[in-house]
Design a protein around this ligand. Structure first.
Ligand code: SIN
Ligand code: FE
Length: 293
């Protein structure tokens, strides 16, 4: 098993006359991890000083920006480095946006730029509960933020200054994984999606698709025998490398590492090159009915 597709790009932005990767939607949509071992996000001297976990608000683990005005969240309230943090994260957002624009021309005009996060806290000892424990294999699905079938495309970069890799495990393919659990997942309680939206427990309606994705996330993390024994691959992403995945499809676990940047984009399943490969369509095919209800 190897889900890793390696590309030797060295530049984020497209320059005339340079060899660079383009049109790799099919590899990504098939559940691949696109890996760019030579694609470094160069930090300025001033930014090097931001490699410090004490800059994060102790109540959270990540510092992020969101929205066109790059509003900063998660920085320690006492920090006087907030503007520098915001600029560094924004710079990463610009780099990641240029990269996906050339890698995936089919998605042009359909991608939405979502949060950009800076993760300065070591993975080891980060989890507060089994459900939040990302050292267990899982697909990304969030209780309060239903995707309603929208894809989660993520661009990661390891900016560790002392050679520490981001150590991941990558698991079996999405269909094999979901077939394992699907028969035992019960339908949501009637009226529960409506009530959760009404009470603002969820930001929008939790569709049956979201219900199943959350169950898959939880059942994967709760099954320790499967965590240990299922088909999987350990992958170390060294500092100075970039990797791109659909994190709602690729089973992944972060086992170690510190200092990473991550950009999320969202995309409707219908705007993929092969919509039938999306988790939404795979689950609808297995269940035999529409799930975005
Ligand atoms: C995750 O998305 O599960 C965590 C990825 C990471 O922190 O490396
Ligand atoms: Fe995850």
């Amino acid at each position: 098993m190897s889900c890793l597709k390696t590309y030797d790009d060295t530049e984020w932005f497209t320059h005339a006359g340079q060899a660079f990767t383009q049109n790799v939607e099919a590899d990504l949509e098939a559940g691949g991890v696109l890996w760019f071992p030579k694609l470094r996000f160069e930090l300025t001297d001033a930014e090097q000083a931001l490699l410090d976990p004490s800059l994060v608000d102790p109540k959270t683990k990540n510092i992020s920006i969101r929205g066109p005005d790059a509003q900063l969240k998660g920085a320690a309230p006492t920090s006087n480095r907030q503007e520098e943090l915001r600029q560094m994260i924004r710079r990463y957002r610009d780099h990641a946006s240029a990269l996906v624009d050339r890698l995936f021309p089919h998605y042009r005009g359909h991608l939405t730029v979502a949060n950009t996060s800076y993760r300065p806290v070591a993975v080891e000892g980060r989890a507060s509960s089994w459900r939040k424990d990302d050292t267990r294999l899982h697909v990304d699905a969030f209780p309060s933020n239903p995707s309603q079938g929208m894809r989660l495309l993520r661009v990661f970069n390891n900016i560790n200054p002392s050679g520490v890799p981001r150590a991941w495990r990558v698991g079996e393919d999405f269909e094999t994984f979901s077939r394992r659990h699907l028969d035992r997942i019960q339908a949501p309680l009637p009226g529960s999606a409506w009530l959760m939206e009404k009470l603002h427990v969820t930001k929008r309606r939790r569709t049956e698709y979201d219900h199943i994705m959350l169950q898959l996330h939880d059942r994967a993390k709760a099954d320790m025998a499967w965590q240990q024994n299922s088909e999987q691959q350990a992958v170390d992403f060294p500092p100075g490398s970039t990797w791109v995945v659909f994190s709602d499809q690729v089973l992944h676990a972060a086992m170690g590492g510190q200092f990473m940047l991550e950009q999320t984009f969202t995309l409707e399943s219908q705007d993929l090159l092969f919509p039938q490969l999306s988790p939404l369509h795979v689950l609808e095919r297995l269940k035999g009915r529409p799930l975005r209800t």
